[in-house]
Unconditional design. Structure first.
Length: 113
């Protein structure tokens, strides 16, 4: 769960960097500063994925990335796409961790002491 979430949120930081390049020509300092803050927050949140607060901040950032579509219209689509990847990372990651815990428990149960 942590690895998938970190990968998605790191890729979102890169996408925000590209969105900033697109926004640079037509928008002012406020829109660029907001985009920079979103990109930086994505990178910092990738390090918090071990804790529940990382997932909560990451979910809030998904909303911010979609809302950045007001500045760069293609971010509506890309933000929604990454929001879907975020949800998939959460649910598949949780399922994967449950399978891993089950395999470890079986291995420990079958090992001679």
């Amino acid at each position: 769960m942590r690895i998938l979430g970190s990968a998605v949120i790191t890729m979102e930081a890169l996408i925000m960097g590209f969105a900033l390049l697109l926004a640079m020509e037509n928008h002012g300092a406020v829109a660029l500063s907001l985009g920079g803050l979103l990109a930086l927050a994505c990178l910092l949140t990738a390090g918090l994925m071990k804790k529940k607060i990382g997932w909560l901040i990451g979910t809030a950032l998904q909303v911010g990335l979609i809302a950045y579509g007001l500045v760069v219209p293609s971010m509506y689509f890309i933000g929604a796409l990454f929001g879907g990847l975020w949800a998939t990372a959460f649910f598949l990651g949780r399922k994967g961790e449950a399978i891993r815990a089950k395999l470890i428990a079986e291995r420990d149960q079958n090992s001679p002491i």
